[in-house]
Design a binder for this molecule. Sequence first.
Ligand SMILES: Cc1ncc(COP(=O)(O)O)c(C=O)c1O
Length: 418
Amino acid sequence: MEPTATTALSLPRSIEEIRAEFPILARQVHGQQLAYLDNGATAQKPLAVIETLDRYLRVHNANVHRGVHTLSEEATALFEEARLIMASHLGASRHEVIFVRNATEALNLVAYSWGRTNVKARDRIVVTEMEHHSNVVPWYQLAQEKGADLDWAPIDGEGRLDLDALASLLERGPKLVCVAHVSNVLGTINPIPEIARMAHDAGALLVVDGAQAGPKLELDMAELGADFYAVTAHKMYGPTGVGALFGRRELLEEMPPFIGGGSMIRKVSKELITWADLPAKFEGGTPAIGEAIAFGEAVRWLDELGLPAVHATEVELTSYALERIAEVPRLTVFGPPAGDERGGIVSFAMDGVHAHDVSEILDRHGVAVRAGHHCAQVLMQRLGVPATTRASFAVYNTRDEVDRLIEGLLDTRRIFGE
Ligand SMILES: Cc1ncc(COP(=O)(O)O)c(C=O)c1O
């Protein structure tokens, strides 16, 4: 296996060493070595994460924040340590990190709690044409319920957000601007600090969907300027069932709880119920304890690799993939040119071949990619295609795997006729 070319920022371990940390990468599929290029959907898990979850279940399993027995205290300490890891990763305080199920729940929390309190009839909410449904549907539901309006910030021909058009929409005085940090289809990295300044100057809050940025970019909340920021563990080399919402403390303090039940109250009487302090106010019910602890380990693992080096590695691989994919006849690639402003995502459409057929043939080559609308139907309409095939890279992918993707695509072209 050929190592990824040396990048200006190098990883602290060789690609072979990193790959050896992921047992699943040794798998065979249809008699071929697996080439897993579906990391935008979910990333594989390193041993550090697998063993942390395993150890929690074998040694520490108990409910958190309740018992005074040893196991419960250990589980609580580990769970809260995971929150501290996350807070430090985001440049936030522990009060500003809410554990949720995933990015979808994080965005819904904001729409239900902040949105239902602050958005009124005829208010406006800006979303973009490149959003995942997770950052559209909660705002659509909110707008429907309140009689508010959604405005769609357009993208340009290269799949970048049109900032002039966004500026025009901001002149209408929206309450919220909701935008992805990294597009899950185009790979576009949106300039969040600039968008934050624009939104704040217009008096709007900024909600960022960081589901795809989490595994690739350093995230400093003060630098980014987001008011709310959503991440999901399973795309960050962590387990499913857990994610995190960052919210600015003064906003979270003012917001009503999202889910009512155990753990999120201070006092319950027949007459009056009062809420727990942050972050517990937003964490009703038993959380995904072992998963959150393993999420903390995943973040530690990523921070130890160094996100600038992870990003540089993926940028290099994406450039190589974009270069090689040009060899495939009658294939359209979407998104901006290769470079630092593009994350490791390559979506394309093959003339005359449905995305599902492409991905099925690639699967026979042992290459796992995603096909469909990628929960971004408005974007598909904008691109003029029903679906795309998407290869998405992680830190463990190699040029050899990109070569196998290209071989599979050339084979697909042959099967369907040049
Ligand atoms: C950009 C983007 N936002 C949100 C999500 C939703 O993430 P989750 O399903 O973990 O809530 C995804 C998942 O594909 C995504 O790519």
